[in-house]
Every structure is written in structure tokens, then in C-alpha cells.
Design a protein around this ligand. Sequence first.
Ligand SMILES: Nc1ncnc2c1ncn2[C@@H]1O[C@H](COP(=O)(O)OP(=O)(O)OP(=O)(O)O)[C@@H](O)[C@H]1O
Ligand SMILES: [Cu+]
Length: 775
Amino acid sequence: MAHQKFDVGGMTCAACQTHVEHAVENVPGVSSVSVNLLSGSMAVDYNDAACDADTICSAVDRAGYSAAPIAAAGTGAAGTSASAGTAPMESPTKKLEAAARAMKTRLIASIIFLIPLFYLGMGHMLGWPLPAVFADHAHSMTLALTELMLLLPILYMNRAYFINGFKSLAHRAPTMDALIAIGATASVAWSVYALFVMADQLARAQVHMAMMTAMDNLYFESAGTILTLVTVGKYLECRSKSKTGSAIEGLIDLAPKQAHLVSPDGSESTVDATLVQMGQILRVKPGESIPVDGVVVEGSTAVDESALTGESIPQEKTVGDTVYAATINRTGSFDLRATRVGSDTNLSKIIQLVEDANATKAPIARLADKVAGVFVPVVLGIAAVTFIVWLAAGGSITQALTASVAVLVISCPCALGLATPVAIMVGTGRGAEMGVLFKNAEALETLQKVDTVVLDKTGTITRGKPAVVDIMPQVRSDGSAMTQKQLMKLACALERGSEHPLAEAIMDHADKLGIVARSVEDFRAIPGQGVTAHEGQNVIAAGNARLMDSLGIAYSNETLVTLSAQGKTPLLFAKNGELVGIIAVADEVKPTSPEAIRALANLGIRSVMLTGDNAVTAQAIARSAGIDSAAVIAGVMPADKERHVHELQRAGHRVAMVGDGINDSPALARADVGLAIGAGADIAKEGADVILMHSDLADVARALELSRAVIRNIKQDLFWALFYNSMGIPLAAGVLYPLLGWQLSPMFGAAAMSLSSVCVVTNALRLRRFRSRSC
Ligand SMILES: Nc1ncnc2c1ncn2[C@@H]1O[C@H](COP(=O)(O)OP(=O)(O)OP(=O)(O)O)[C@@H](O)[C@H]1O
Ligand SMILES: [Cu+]
């Protein structure tokens, strides 16, 4: 299977998006495709044995659009590309800005010709003073020809609508441009016909009748106005769209443009940061941002990593520590060896992740896409019916034409097609600013439906940095007991081979006491229970009550309950079938956890705690975190966490799982939405749909609120788009004519159409200012 992103050219509206999708879907070997109208890009999954990027591009070409593969980041080729480092990413924002500039030029030029055209076209009806050459009835032909001359440059400037529109008709996949092109062409054609009628009337010296024809049937100013207004809409839309990516733009700007390269001979030179290669030595001075990911090789400093982790306290860095691009060097000057450059740096991966999320499609967009796909043909049909009904009901050709042109230009599928991608783009960007990375649009949509949040205990509710608090040697059957130091030595020997956070706590404490670990044989880790090993002739073990039970070792339950009730985790140590001591380890509840759990409750979400720890300790922690005692699931074996999530789902809950993303991957993947917390600089968390950069549970509530705000926004827009079209089309067709004798002018229709798509984009842009209310 291959995954490839493409740049797609020539798409102008939501219908185009559907046409490109259909074209690619029909290529044999393609398993999924999603086209993003907003960024003009497309993501395709295909079986590379059956087809390749070229076949896909030519399928797009045949549909009347263009496509070109974008060099993929994250595949093996990235970062090792010959051009040293990788070229800075081409941002969709830049493309949109360029499009907006081009639109502006086109718009200004159109307006310059439209003003006199409009004055001449409408002036004589409104009694405005006209220059003497046009004032006389006998000069109606001069007036008409002048109008035509003024219209020609407007037609030329806006030729793209005609070219794209008629091309799409030729491909039998009409787009919105086809509606505009047909509407404008009909107006112009009818007016030109009227011109010939006038010429004939003048030749027969019917001066007054020629004037009447000019007043009733000339539509040059209408065609000019329609085109100009559509361009106004397109321009405003492009301008707003270019703002949707500003959050990503902000991330890209975080990385410094230049780096100080230190040559092997010790001399320093300033180079473009994108040209830095792996292994090169760079110098970073106080106050500067770090240009690439690397390892400190000389000097020491404090680094503000808040851009990546949200942690505002600067981190001490000395030789051997890793530093990340876009973090800020606060105090000292140091040298680093570049380890990840170009598209491999963490920052680039974050940006890539957000951009990839934008290439995916939220389920809610599918319905809108379906409607947009049939929208244009349906509108063409309605326009034709309108024309026939008007004539059949005894209307004039002019009236019938007015109504059907109005139908063509008032209909707007773009609001339908834009609502979702614009809101998702702004939403994911805003999320990234807050340290919440959505990996796909579906996660953003699903999160707001969640009613239960399952929280892992260690590292999620608690800090995940347990510390030894009690060392309690136990009296053996022969009356002897170890000293605290002896017990620690035994513990240390056992836990040395374990990667469990509890083992780390023991090792840290041993370090402080200056204990050097002895080596053991036959080390075995029993997940969810503990570890066993041999030390010479001795059989030693460390773990929880369950492990002791299975080894048939006696212990005092009372001591365990006392320790557990204080929220400590007791670890039992045994030697040769006898209990020799208990070491209690405690992990602090993060200071932000209780507030975050309250915030979730206020959002109507039930928090459930899931842990491998014993029930008494778990309850004590739950109490201080503010979790309902009935919502604690303790003593869960690591492999069973996924099953518990599944059970909650079977009970009808929509479940989000929050974990550290290391040993909870299956549970994170099973949950409707998996959130990996505290990712900081390590964003490659498996199984998670959402990456929380900070290790603050409040981000779960924030992510949820953001998801709700985005989906609410999309629903508003979709509702508005459907409402607008279902009101606008009948009005334009003239349903009110029998009642009021009033017909909607096509010019008004074009204005309404432009406004409607601008409204949608503007509404979505409000999400840029999203703030969490609960925390
Ligand atoms: N290396 C070890 N040394 C001592 N005890 C261990 C070890 N590994 C696991 N245990 C025991 O098994 C229990 C369950 O461990 P598990 O890894 O399933 O969960 P946990 O890390 O305690 O909590 P959580 O599920 O919240 O992450 C621990 O509480 C501990 O008592
Ligand atoms: Cu439109």
C-alpha cells in the first residue's frame, strides 16, 4: 500500500472536488481518496502493484483538472533528500494568498469598466443625466454599442468562468463555474440578439421602438455585474481562506531562519537553517531559538520548551541532553550536534501532522459532498424548467430569461463544500496553538460525541514519577530482619532489569543512597504483578499481593491496607519464599487533575479511572482527584485495559481513553477517540488519535470543547447553506411573481450568492478566537 499526497489544480468549487474524487476512485488499485478543496490537495491510498502516481495524475487530467505528487514527508526518503535538509514546506496559505492577489487585480479591472457600463445601462431607466450623444432616442444604437464595448473587457478579465465552466460541461461534470458561464452567456446572447432587432428597427426608422427594445432587452450591464459580483465573492473568500492556516503559519515561523555553523577548525559562520545537515555542529547563543533538533556537545544552559510542551519553567540542559528546534535558549551559549534536520525535526512533524489532519475528511462532510456532487445538474434542470414554465404561463422571453438566469447565479454549492474543510482547518490550527494535535478530522468530530472519559492512573491523573516514601523491612520467621539498606540493595538488584515506573522509583532512590545494583540471573517480569529472579542460590521476588499469593508467600494484609489507604502503592519483597520487606511508593496527583475532572463533569462527561494498581490505593487516589468511587476500575492487567474500554462501549457509551500512549496503545486504539497525554517532544504516539502536548488533564476538556465548537460551527454553516439555497432558488425562479408581480433581478442573485459563501468562511474564522470556558 502506498500513501501519496497530490497538489490538485483547477478546482474552483465543491462540485470540482467531487468530480476529482470520482475520477480517482475509478482508477483500479485506488482504495481511498480524499480531496481538500480548501488547500487544493488530495490524499490517496493505493495498491502500488496495481497503479502508480502517474496513472492517478492522468486520471485527474482526463477529468479536466491537473495533479502533481507532493514529496511525502515521513517516508524513508524524507530528510535524506539530496538537496541537504529539505526545502521549506510549501504552505497552502501562500497559494491562497497568491490566489487572492490575482482575484483582486481581476476585480479592480472589472469594476473600472463596470461603473460606466452600469451608469449607461441603468441610468436611462432611472432618469440619470446622460451625455448628449446618448440622450436622444435616435442614438439608442450608439448607447447599446458603447455598452457592448465596455462589457468586452469585463468578459475577457473574467474569462476563467467561461473556460472552466464550459470545459466542465464538455466533461459532463458541470461545476459552479458552468452555472455562472451559462447565466452570463444567456444574458449576453439575448442582448446581442436585441441589438440586431434594434438595427432592423432603426433601418425602418422605428426610432421609438428601437429605444423600447434597448430598455427592455439589453442585458449587458447585468452580465457585467453578475461576473463582477461573483469575483467580489471569490476575492473575499480567497482572502478569508488564506487566514485559515495562520495557526500553522505561526508554527512554521517559530523555527529560526538562520543557524551559526561551527566548522571543524572552530570558525563560526551563519547559514540558512534549512541547509543544516545531520551531524553538523551549531552554536546557539542566549536568547536565540534553536534551529534544529540536536544533542548538546558543549556548554550548558536552560531552554524554554514551552512552544513544544507548554512547560513554562526552562529546562536545564547539559552535554548529552537533547534539544529541539523552535525552543528558546535562555541563559548560556552552547554547541549542539544536529541529529534531526529539515522535515525530520519534531516541529516539522507537528506541522506535518496538522496538515495531514486537514487532508482527511470528517464524516459530516460526506453528506455535504453528496449534495454538492448533484447540485449543479439539478440547478441546471431547475433553470430549464423555470424558463419553460414562464413561457407556458404567458411570460415574455425576457421574463423567462431573467428568472432562469437568476436561478443559475443565485445557487451556491460552495457554501456546502467549504463549511467542513474551513472549520476543520481553523479548528485543528487553533488546537495546535493550544498544544492539542488532532491526527484526523474524524477524531475532531467524534470527540464531541463522547460521554465517558477513561483515564489511566499513572502518568495521566498522577505525575507518573513515583517516589519511594517508606522502607519497611519485615521480621522473618527466624526473628531476623534486614536493615533498610539491605532491603534497598535487594530491591535494586531486582528492579534493575524492569522498565516499570515503580522500578524507576526504586532505582532513583538507590542512586540517592549511593547503592550500586548487584546483578541477578533468570530475571522475569510478570505483567501487572511484578518481577522474579535468582541471585546465586536465592530466589527473590518483588511485586503486589497477587504475585505473593501466586508464590504462596504470607504477608500482613493490614499493613498493605494502611499504606494503600494513604494512596501509596506497597511493593512486597520476598526472598526464598519468605516476605523480607515492603517498600511503599507514592505518586502525586497532578495539581491540575482535580480541576480538570470537575471541568469534564461540567461538560457532562463521566470520568472513569483505570489502573493496574490495587483497589485501595486506587480509591485513595480517586478521592483526591475527585473521581467517583464507583468509577474506579482497579487491579486491571495491562492486557485487559482494552477489554474494559470495550465493555464500556458495549454498555452504550462513547468512550475517549486518555493514556501515556506507551503501554496503553491497544486501549487507545479501541476507544472511540484515543488521547495520548504529555507527549511533549515525542509526538509519534501509537494508537492515539489526539496528541496532548502538555501533561495537563485540562487539555482533555479543552480538546472536547474545541471539538464541540467546530462541529457546532459546521452544522450552522451546513444549515445556512441548505436554507439559503432552498429559499434563494424558488425566489429567483419567480414563485412570488403571481402574488406580488415582482421578479428577482439576476444581479441581486449574484450578490446574494457571493455573500453566502463569504458568510460561511467568515463564520468558520470565528473559531480562530476559540477559548475554553471550563478551564
Ligand atoms: N517491576 C515491578 N516491581 C514491583 N511491582 C510491580 C512491577 N511491575 C508491576 N508491579 C505491580 O503490579 C501492579 C500493576 O502494574 P501495572 O503496570 O499493571 O499498573 P500500574 O503501573 O501500577 O498502574 P497504571 O495501570 O495506572 O499504569 C503494580 O501496581 C505493582 O504493584
Ligand atoms: Cu457560490
